[in-house]
Design a protein around this ligand. Structure first.
Ligand code: NAD
Length: 256
């Protein structure tokens, strides 16, 4: 029997790409998966494929988070695993044509949307689910950040900023959640073969020779991070390799 058998798992952005692959990996291990997304049709399809349930959830909406989690607690008592995965880039509105970025020209609504999905979605998601995780004796939260959260990615600086924010949250919040029996880790993939890359970006990725990994590889890393018992860690994933633990450099004068 798998350690995920009968576990109650919630995945955001579960209708596509990495989120869908995680739903499939969890479903294959016997988990009950609550697939959430704003894309109802694809979300219902993903839920049906894993024998789970679908809940419409815009991760940037705090009230929606409360109501979805209340429904899960009423039906199942709580949660065991939360994968905060939904995310967007600023394309195709970055201005100047991909991959040029004109910071002054980025429409305010694109900026707000990127911040609200990638940052609010994680903050609200952690806040809304910790009690439900505690209800079932503790559990795991895994956030999909990015290698852009650890380094630089000049083709989308705003996206990069949001992923740095998420990494900072994971590393700083993990110790207090540990006292409640909850682990909090980030998966930081390089390029993954999903629809987040629109057609323009796909050409760019092809030209740069980046090797796209299948979403299932990231899903396996999510499962490992959730099951591994470590917390506050970032795991770097790139094509064809096991997830690698990110070791931050010591702060000069403070850590040495
Ligand atoms: N694809 C990559 O190369 C790559 C690399 C590193 C990190 N990531 C991260 O992986 C995560 C998943 O992206 P993906 O590559 O699978 O892309 P994807 O576009 O295939 O899937 C993203 C899903 O999120 C959903 N979504 C968008 N806005 C939402 C909202 N407000 N509320 C709820 N759901 C919403 C979409 O409907 C979609 O189903 C993102 O956080 C992304 O930043 C992707």
């Amino acid at each position: 029997m798998s350690r995920f058998d009968q576990k109650i798992c919630l995945v955001t952005g579960g209708a596509s790409g990495i989120g869908r692959a995680t739903c499939e990996a969890l479903g294959a291990r016997g988990a009950h998966v609550v697939v959430t997304d704003i894309d109802e049709a694809a979300g219902c399809d993903a839920a049906a494929a894993v024998g789970g349930e679908f809940a419409h959830l815009d991760v940037s909406d705090r009230d929606a988070w409360r109501s979805v989690v209340q429904g899960i607690v009423a039906a199942h008592g709580g949660l065991d695993l939360v994968h905060l995965n939904a995310g967007v880039t600023t394309y195709p509105a970055a201005g100047g044509g991909f991959p040029a970025v004109d910071i002054a020209a980025i429409p305010a609504d694109v900026y707000r949307r990127t911040m609200s999905v990638n940052v609010d979605g994680v903050v609200f998601g952690v806040g809304a689910t910790v009690q439900a995780l505690e209800n079932r004796g503790g559990g795991a939260i895994v956030v999909t950040a990015s290698v852009a959260g650890l380094g630089t990615w000049e083709v989308d600086p705003l996206y990069t900023m949001t992923k740095h924010a998420v990494v900072g949250l994971v590393r700083s919040l993990a110790p207090s959640l540990a006292q409640r029996g909850i682990t909090l880790n980030a998966i930081c993939p390089a390029a993954v073969d999903t629809k987040i890359f629109g057609p323009e970006a796909e050409d760019f990725v092809r030209e740069t020779g980046l090797r796209l990994m299948p979403p299932s590889q990231v899903a396996d890393a999510v499962i490992e991070a959730a099951a591994g018992g470590e917390t506050g860690q970032c795991w770097v994933c790139y094509d064809g390799h096991d997830p690698k633990l990110y070791i931050p450099a010591p702060l000069p004068g403070l850590d040495d």
